[in-house]
Design a protein around this ligand. Structure first.
Ligand code: CA
Ligand code: CA
Ligand code: CA
Ligand code: CA
Length: 265
């Protein structure tokens, strides 16, 4: 009689999941997971797919839960061997509370695991919390202390996110406005110059950008004036403080003499 012996089968399992250190709605989060072959045989297939899902409850429903990402693994696994993969995913916006992060290995069943196909899913709980707010401030600015009517001058300013969180993924564009005014206190309505510029970049906590722009003083203006630089002047970004976005610099403006025209011939 011929005895048919099944060759030993592999058994893939997700043996560890490291949830993101910070899970903020709408932001990028990094997940790490380990897949081990706990069976007695090699995987015959040398590549397969792992998928990451986010579920509001402890039951994975692949058709309705959020697919965060899919990762392709390549390389066979011998018995007892494992690999650790890492992937950055974007969490859905507008969620908060306890969620369940599921990792499923060999989602397309490329690896034959004789009788051990049902244990390929693991999960960890993830606490999704609102991110700490950013705080935009004009942390430095420079401009000449004197200027002349009708002439340009350069203003340079640095915007720093002094808050504890990033500018949110949905609030990456804002504007900075430079005003020139005779008023000591900013009153946009009476400013003689108002120029608005797009931010240079979104800012993580502690990051900054610097802009340099040329402003032209109106003809006929003279006297002590002030340059105001206001970051996020249209208030597009929700911040820890909205009251600290303005910096003021004095500038003495002199009338430019009319050119002295002479008939030379
Ligand atoms: Ca398995
Ligand atoms: Ca399988
Ligand atoms: Ca601010
Ligand atoms: Ca703001």
């Amino acid at each position: 009689p011929i005895e048919i012996v099944l060759s030993p089968s592999p058994d893939l399992q997700v043996t560890a999941i490291t949830p993101p250190a910070e899970a903020w709605p709408g932001e990028i989060a990094t997940v790490e997971w380990t897949v081990s072959n706990l069976g007695a045989g090699n995987t015959m297939a040398t590549s397969w797919i792992d998928k990451l899902y986010l579920s509001a409850d402890g039951t994975l429903e692949a058709h309705s839960d959020t697919l965060l990402g899919a990762s392709s693994h390549s390389g066979a696994l011998t018995p007892g061997a494992s690999y650790t993969a890492r992937r950055s995913v974007t969490l859905p916006t507008g969620i908060s509370g306890t969620y369940h992060l599921f990792v499923v290995t060999d989602t397309e069943d490329q690896v034959y695991e004789h009788g051990a196909e049902e244990n390929n899913t693991s999960q960890v709980a993830v606490e999704v919390t609102p991110p700490p707010p950013p705080d935009l401030q004009v942390s430095a600015a420079s401009a000449p202390s004197t200027g002349h009517s009708g002439q340009p001058f350069q203003v340079e300013w640095t915007v720093t996110n002094t808050g504890t969180g990033p500018t949110p993924a949905g609030q990456t564009s804002w504007s900075d406005t430079v005003y020139l005014s005779a008023d000591e206190v900013l009153n946009p309505g009476s400013a003689v110059v108002q120029e608005t510029y797009n931010n240079a970049s979104a800012l993580s906590a502690g990051e900054e950008y610097t802009l340099v722009r040329s402003i032209t003083i109106p003809d006929g203006l003279s006297g002590p004036c002030y340059i105001f630089v206001v970051s996020d002047s249209a208030n597009r970004v929700f911040e820890a403080s909205e009251e600290n976005n303005t910096i003021r610099m004095p500038i003495d403006v002199f009338l430019t003499p009319w050119p002295d025209l002479e008939v030379t011939s």
